[in-house]
Design a protein around this ligand. Structure first.
Ligand code: UDP
Length: 142
C-alpha cells in the first residue's frame, strides 16, 4: 500500500475535553505519524473556507460557529493508506452510529460536535493540507 498524507483536525470539543494527547497517541499507535501540527483558533472566514463544500447545507452556520468557538489542533498525518485509515479510526460522522473504540464513539457528543475531522479522499487531503500548511511546515518522516 502507498504512503499517503491526510488532514486531521481535533475540533474545539476535543480540545475542551482534554483528549489531544489521547487522540495523537492513537494515531501514532495505528501507524499515522504527525508530519505537521498547528494549534490555532480559526477565524470565521477560515472555517467558512474550509467547509465551503457544505455552504448550502442547513447545518453550515452552526458548523462554522462550533468550529470557531475555541482552538483546534490541525495535523497532517502520514502513513500507509492514511486517508482510509484515519476515517476508520474516526468512525461514522454521527457518534451514535460509530463503531466501538473509534474516536467519535469514545469522545463525540453529537453529529455536529464530533471531535475530529479527516479528509475523505487523497485529492481533498492534498487541498486541505495546503489550506493550513506551507511546505516548510511539513516534516516527512519517510
Ligand atoms: N455536520 C453536522 N450535521 C450534519 C452533518 C454534518 O453538523 O447533519 C457537521 C459535522 O461536524 C461533520 C461536518 O459537518 O463532521 C462535515 O460533514 P461530513 O458529512 O463531511 O462528515 P465527516 O466527513 O466529517 O464525517
Amino acid at each position: 500500500m502507498a504512503i499517503e498524507r491526510t488532514l486531521s483536525i481535533i475540533k474545539p470539543d476535543g480540545v475542551e475535553k482534554n483528549v489531544i494527547g489521547k487522540i495523537i497517541a492513537r494515531f501514532e499507535e495505528e501507524g499515522l505519524t504527525p508530519v505537521g501540527i498547528r494549534m490555532m483558533h480559526l477565524a470565521q472566514h477560515e472555517a467558512e473556507g474550509f467547509y465551503a463544500v457544505h455552504k448550502e447545507r442547513p447545518f453550515f452556520g452552526e458548523l462554522v460557529e462550533f468550529m470557531t468557538r475555541g482552538p483546534v489542533v490541525v495535523m497532517a498525518l502520514e502513513g500507509e493508506d492514511a486517508v482510509a485509515k484515519n476515517r476508520e479510526i474516526m468512525g461514522a460522522t454521527n457518534p451514535a452510529e460509530a463503531a466501538e473504540n473509534t474516536l467519535r464513539k469514545l469522545y463525540a457528543s453529537s453529529i455536529g460536535e464530533n471531535t475530529v475531522h479527516g479528509s475523505d479522499s487523497a485529492e481533498n487531503a492534498a487541498i486541505e493540507i495546503k489550506y493550513f500548511f506551507s511546505d516548510v511546515q511539513l516534516f516527512s518522516r519517510g
